[in-house]
Design a protein around this ligand. Sequence first.
Ligand SMILES: [Zn+2]
Length: 447
Amino acid sequence: MRGQRRRVSFLFVVLLSLVLDTGVGAQAPAPAAVTAIRAGRLLDPEAGRILTNQIILVEGTRIREVGPAVAIPPGAQVIDLSGMTVMPGLVEAHNHLALTYKPVPENNVYYFTYVQESTALRAIQAASNGIQMLASGFTIVRDMGNNGNYADTALRQAIEQGWIPGPTIINSGIIIGGMGGQFFPTPEMAKDHNIVYPEYLDADTADEIVKAVRQNVLFGAKVIKICVDCKPYGYTVDEIRLVMREAAKAGMKVEGHVQTLNGARNAIEAGIWSIAHSGALTDEMHKLMAQKGVWRAGTETPPGLAGHPVSAEAYKRTVDGLKNAYENKVPLTFSTDADYWVEGKTRGELCLEFIKPWQDAGIPNADTLRAMTINGYKVSETENSRGPIKPGFFADLIAMPGNPLDDLEALKSVQFVMKNGQVFKRDGVMTPAAFFHAGPVNGWRIR
Ligand SMILES: [Zn+2]
């Protein structure tokens, strides 16, 4: 009885302190550290030009000043990148950080990965993949589903709360689709064992669609991803609009996985935010996408990745499609659909192999770099706070010896990475120690 009362009053105090979590007792914040970066060349992807001998002043997590004659305050830490090209961080607009299928034991069939690897294991893999992406200069990643039971949300929270280093994550939660998602399960596995969930969230009726969107919002998604046409029943224009309306209540946009011409037509007519995969995107669809401003996350796979062969014909279609999209002025993002392991490459190095189709499509380097930066910030909806190297923006920037405007291959030699004003990689070596904390230093309320 007494013990119970004590427990009740303890619970009351805990609840009260949760409600009143006002930060009382916290020390007054120390003045933010100032870092001055000497940039020999500063790439401005918006203008497609290089400025020389610039100084970037970073205060705390943000950029304070940029220019050729910025005064360096006494006591500022100076980082000398005068022999390098400094540019804003890269964006990968379609990845699956909590999925890595492999040649052994699953013969690159992700069905088996899903059965064999727990969400907990996949969340840890995601943490590692995120670090690998950041090391290659990707400061923002859109993580578009197939992440078990919300490992993508856990990854985003861990990075935002300050547990681990990683890119800014824009995650979709579970992919919403008609019955079965992208799986083709047996009746036993689907009906008796519910095997489709949590890799996909079945939503066939209007009520189910609304609930599915709400579930993803509740469990930490920042964008909604649907299978538009993974099954013959697919989604109609009205159903896609229903998803969009429900997502919009939470301020979210919708990406559609599209693999058929009819699916593409429906998604574009509905005015969807972005379309993933390029297989169904014809010249006519590209013209409609350009007209409506629908983002294209084409996920163009290059040839030559060990274990992931692309036939010459398929690659030609990929390159021709990308070229056609460019010529039609479709808004383009850089996207890979990376969800597998190629031996000898980090997830970041793997993603940078995907610049090849852009080179082969004859797209000017300046425009590919725009897709990898400016357009990436827009499709991720960070363009007013994160991305551009401008005063007031979060200090996310990278540097490399070469000049990617002359040769995109320079992107494969990123030597320096700063995220939120903290140095993550310097002289080609990761220095993540400053990112690791034994608690949610940025706040447990970040969900
Ligand atoms: Zn994908």
